[in-house]
Design a protein around this ligand. Structure first.
Ligand SMILES: [Zn+2]
Length: 98
């Protein structure tokens, strides 16, 4: 799978999430400018995104955001998640990975 260019995967540049200390917004409206890390956990493709919150202007790297899921069919088709969904991220999830 190519990690160059989110648009090839149909991944949005805009993400909404909560539950992190990324910024003080109740829900962070995050404009992604790139990946810091990309990973696959079971059937979900996740990334730590770099960019900024368009609400308050905070910049940095997010916790792991789910970009999409790999289908269990023979084609293993990648399906991006709906970017309008507010994802609940947490430091705990990050710690479980290490
Ligand atoms: Zn913010």
């Amino acid at each position: 799978m190519s990690v160059n260019g989110t648009r090839e995967l149909g991944i949005s540049d805009l993400w909404r999430f909560t539950g992190t200390e990324f910024c003080d917004c109740e829900v962070t409206d995050f404009l992604a400018e790139g990946f810091s890390e990309l990973g696959v956990r079971s059937d979900s493709v996740e990334a730590r995104l770099t960019g900024r919150c368009i609400q308050c202007g905070a910049t940095g790297t997010t916790e792991w955001v789910t970009l999409g899921n790999i289908g269990d069919g023979d084609d293993r088709l990648f399906r991006p998640v709906d970017p309008d969904t507010v994802q609940v991220l947490s430091m705990t999830a990050l710690e479980e990975r290490t």
